[in-house]
Design a protein around this ligand. Structure first.
Ligand code: ATP
Ligand code: MG
Length: 272
């Protein structure tokens, strides 16, 4: 895998071939500059893996793309249209669904209502009622279909294990039939069975070609199984952009380790 910085994005009109484009995105928290100009392209129907050290800014990027946080500068373009999302609902309206690393579900809501979060079914009447019966039935069918096991549909999310919660969160995002799916460490808390299940679910979804996916995972073997391309995030920028067939698990590991060694050298030189 090359250690060359990614080529800067050519200026010019964005392409509708691209589900999503990010240009020069910046974000700081007080004095801490996290994103220094992210340039990234997600093509229609592809799975893009995003890797980077802890604190590199991956989740911050996801939170901006899904409207949970706002950027300081730079552009986000969805399906050729420049957008600026001020809420998660606004991003959802553009077909963007997210599985967050740390805010997967609403703890006090039962599983079946979490599964319909933001897309609740209602009964028509003088007032719109939540159609809980229909949601329970569909939730059961859907979870059975994708083989996700939970103790009970009525269980509050906070009563689930971390892995079960993550599985329901992925199921929820997939059920919403998004155009763009953002998965921030969806497998982090999962055992082998659930990981396999979610990997297969995402692969199935990707093979339909109708959804474009960004997935963050520190396990490179998962990424090599899932992704078409991998981007490396470092120092607030994308420093490597490569198709998986042009690299290998060993190549990526070597790159990340050599980056880490270089940072250590820089630190010790700065201290000398
Ligand atoms: N709301 C916030 N307020 C202040 N600092 C924040 C906030 N959110 C993130 N940060 C800081 O921004 C940096 C990037 O955090 P982020 O969560 O994006 O990293 P990450 O690449 O997702 O890391 P990890 O692999 O550990 O999940 C970190 O130094 C973090 O402490
Ligand atoms: Mg993160």
């Amino acid at each position: 895998m090359s250690t060359q910085p990614a080529e800067p994005m050519p200026p010019g009109p964005s392409s509708v071939e691209h589900a999503l484009e990010v240009r020069g995105l910046t974000k700081r928290f007080g004095a801490l500059v996290v994103l220094r100009g992210i340039d990234l392209v997600l093509r229609q129907g592809e799975v893009l893996g995003l890797v980077g050290d802890n604190g590199a800014g991956k989740s911050t990027l996801v939170k901006i793309l899904c409207g949970f946080q706002q950027q300081d500068g730079g552009e986000v373009i969805v399906g050729g249209e420049p957008v600026r999302f001020h809420s998660v609902q606004a991003a959802r309206a553009h077909g963007i669904e997210t599985v967050y690393q740390d805010l997967a579900l609403i703890p006090q809501l039962p599983v079946y209502l979490n599964l319909f979060l933001g897309h609740e079914l209602t009964k028509l009447g003088p007032l719109r009622f939540l159609d809980k019966q229909a949601m329970r039935k569909l939730a059961r069918q859907y979870l059975d279909e994708i083989k996700v096991r939970v103790p009970s549909l009525e269980a509050e999310a906070e009563q689930l294990s971390g892995g079960q919660r993550q599985a329901v969160a992925v199921a929820r995002a997939v059920r919403a039939a998004p155009k763009i799916l953002l998965l921030d460490e969806p497998l982090a808390a999962m055992g082998a069975r659930e990981s396999r299940l979610i990997i297969d679910l995402v692969k199935d979804l990707a093979s339909s070609g109708r959804v474009s996916i960004i997935v963050i995972d520190h396990n490179y073997a998962h990424l090599f199984e899932l992704c078409d391309r991998i981007n490396v995030m470092q120092g607030g920028r994308i420093t490597t952009d490569q198709p998986v067939h042009e690299t290998s698990l060993e190549g990526l590991t070597e790159l990340m380790v050599s980056n880490f060694r270089r940072e250590l050298d820089d630190l010790s030189n700065a201290g000398a």
